[in-house]
Structures are given as C-alpha cells and as structure tokens.
Design a protein around this ligand. Sequence first.
Ligand code: GDP
Ligand code: GDP
Length: 467
Amino acid sequence: MAFTLAIIGRPNVGKSTLFNRLVGRKIALVDDTPGVTRDRRVHAAKLYDLRFDVVDTAGLEIAPNESLAGRMRQQTDIAIEEADVILFVIDARTGLTPDDRTFADLVRKAGKPLVLVANKSEGRAAEAGALEAWELGLGEPVGISAEHGLGMADLRDAVVEAIGKDRAFAEDEADALVAEAAAEALVGEDIADPDAEAPAYDDTKPMRIAIVGRPNAGKSTLINQLIGEERLLTGPEAGITRDSISVEWTWRDREIKLFDTAGMRRKARVQEKLEKLSVADGLRAIRFAEVVVVVFDATIPFEKQDLQLADLIIREGRALVLAFNKWDLIENKQAVLAELHEKTARLLPQVRGLLAIPVSAETGRGTDKLMDAVVKTHEVWNRRISTGRLNRWLEGVLGHHPPPAVAGRRLKIKYMTQVKARPPGFVLSCTRPDAMPQSYIRYLVNGLREAFDMPGVPIRMNLRASE
Ligand code: GDP
Ligand code: GDP
C-alpha cells in the first residue's frame, strides 16, 4: 500500500458506491470483536495497478449527538487529514449545489493532491453538470460512473498524476519490513540477532499530551493544577511558554507539551458555545497528542460520552490514560476504585491494562501519579520489539497452544514482526489468514501484552498470507 486516499463530497453523490468499487467489498481481516483493535478507518483498495488504502468515512462516526452537518464535517476533516490524495466527488446529474461548494472549500484549504470526480456521468444527462464542475476551480473533472464502472482508467491516470509516479508506486514500509523479516526467518538460526537492540526510546523530544473529557469533568482545573501559576513563578525551568495551541513545561526533567484546551476556551468566551466547542476541541486535541488523558467525573463515571471519547482515542491509535477526578468527593474510596477498575477492564477491553488514576484536580492529590502513568504509557506506546525476541516468544506460544485446525487442516503461523510503533503494530504471517479465528488473534494480542509488558495501548495485528 503506497498511499492513502479519501473520498470526499456531500451526501448522495455516490461516495459509498465508489468506495465499494475500489475496495471490492473485501473488507478487513480482523473484526470488531472486543479485544482486537481493528483499524476500521482504512481499507485496502486497488485500481488497476495501483494499490492503496481508502479512508472509510463511515467508520469515523464520532459524535452521534451532533447535527448531521457537524458530523459530516468532522468525518471529512479526519479523512482529509489522513489522506495523501483526495477524490472530491460531485454528482454530474444534479449539478453543483451550495453543499458542494462548502465541501470544495474544505478540500481546497487542505492543500493536498486532489482529483475532482464528476460521478454519475454515464449518459447525456451528465454533460451540463460536468461542465459546471469546472467552476469549482479544482481542475479538470474526471467523469466516471461509480455504479457502472465507467471512467475508471481515467480516474487511475488522474490519481497518478495528482500524487506523482514515485508516490503512487512507492513500496510500502510494512511490506518492506515483512520481506526483510521473511528473509531473516529463512536464514533461521538467529545466532547474532541483528536487531536485538531495538531503537531506544527517545525521551528528549517534548511529549505531547492532551486532556479531554466531558464539560465539567474538571479539565481546566486539572490543567491549571499541572502547570499552575505557582510553578510558573517558582519553577527552576526556563518557564512556561504558551502559544495559541499548547503550553510547554517540564515535569521531572521531562519536557511536556500540553494541548491547551483551557486557553482556547478563554478565547471562546461565549457560554452557550462551550459544549459544542468541547467536541471540536477534543478532536483537535486528540490529533495533536501522543498521550490523551480522559478526565472522568468520578461521581458520574462512564457516561456514554466518556466511552465514545475513549473509543475514538483508541481508534485514532493514541495512547490513553484515565483520570477519575473529584476523588475528594468520593466517600468509600477503596470500594469505588475497585468498582471503577472492574468497569474499565470490562468496558474498554481493547486496551487491557489501561492505567486509570484517581485524582483531585482541585487539591492536586494524585496528579503526580497521573503524570507517572502518562509517561509510562507513552513509553509503551513507543515500544519496539525486535523480530528475534518476538519470534522466540511466538515459538513458545505455538508450542503450547497452536492455532486450531479449520476444516481438518491446521493453520500455520510462520513468523511475526513489528512493523510500526506509536501505537505498536504487528504483522502475522500465516497460511489462510481468512480462516484464522478471532479468538486466536485475541489470544496472541493478549499474550503479547503480557510477555512484553504493553498495557493500555492499542495493539494492531494484521494478518498476511504466506506462501
Ligand atoms: P454517498 O451517500 O455519497 O456515499 O452516495 P451513495 O454511494 O450512497 O450513492 C447515492 C445514490 O447515487 C445511490 O442511489 C446510488 O445508487 C447512486 N449512484 C452512485 N453512483 C452512481 C452512478 O455512477 N450513476 C448513477 N446514475 N447513480 C449512481
Ligand atoms: P471542565 O469543564 O472539564 O474544564 O471542568 P472545570 O475544570 O471547569 O471544573 C468543573 C467544576 O468541577 C468546577 O466547579 C470545579 O471547581 C469542579 N472541580 C474540578 N475538579 C475538582 C475536584 O478535583 N474536586 C472537586 N470537588 N471539584 C472539582
């Protein structure tokens, strides 16, 4: 997969139809079963000789209580952000609508390689619309019919032209690593394990964190507690720098860059806008951050919105830490904490071992522990495990508990390799990936977590067919 493509446009222009045509309806290897983090947002696609990922905007539902327009807007924003190239789709039959122009502005601002697609171009009814599309100033429209599969070769050429030949046919990093690992596996005997020393964790760059949560959970209080005026005045460090987006300060010799939601709010002022703002803020904050702290009001924990937020953070591949705030108000602290930990494990099983810390933003109790958890989670999120270590572990697992036989034939796992960090992502090379039971993949992911001490971060596991 060389690049990522997003299909953008107002409702009904035929985005899903085009999506399905590109993806060929063959969707994902790993499903939504709790415990397996499947990357719901991107799907492998092809168009003639091009191989790429398509961002699935349908997988980006994030705030069901927002208006449709707001939701579309957010989905579009995320998709654009992720894409290397944008297909901007209009309906050649209906011609341009005001919504088309709104979306056109969005994609124009993104400044990314773009192909203007006039869909539903089969037949003469489309001619006028295709001409009108020129007005958008987004270049020459490529006429296609997603439904009938017409114009696909033109679309292919336009995509290659938009992003350039090199990018269009670049070899994927993951594929390259898999090939490397395969070569290594063939060599067998890893006497002098070449990658025993995985790249060291870089703790000199500022760690980017964000603090999100429902209105009134105590985010501003917590931020002020963490970077409080006292520290500004008494801290030995060079001081706190504050720009419009972030605040930097040092915590125990660690440079921290915090997404400053509080600052943004001060600017926003208008009271009734606060709630809306917090949704958009949350999204920006999540994209900014490496580690996201979700602040729960411990007196009303695990509201639907809390879980949606956590789920979004996990899907975005960020590291997550929970803060149970207003702990000073909790009476039966031990019993409540046990209950909250049980709930965390049950409701967020895809990040088993997630750190959840009781704090009082008001008094400052627990905030050091919270920062410890943030640093620890950040380190885990960055972790790289050498192929040698991974496969020694895998061999042991396969010896004790091999994958089951399916339809009388044993599934064979060849090797595993970590293809990325931040968050950790692995590729499992095996025979018949489609037949591999989810429960077994879950078993491997959980085993990995334990063996290599990786609690609380999303772990991605992709299966590749070997042979
Ligand atoms: P989306 O909401 O933008 O994802 O649009 P859909 O893919 O759901 O398509 C909206 C409608 O347009 C559906 O009824 C499709 O069958 C229809 N449609 C999609 N592509 C074409 C096309 O190329 N030609 C025609 N005539 N109709 C199409
Ligand atoms: P935000 O909307 O998430 O930024 O929440 P705020 O920081 O504005 O806090 C909302 C309310 O909760 C305010 O009245 C705070 O004083 C209160 N609050 C925040 N943290 C704590 C805490 O640790 N203990 C108690 N008792 N109240 C808190």
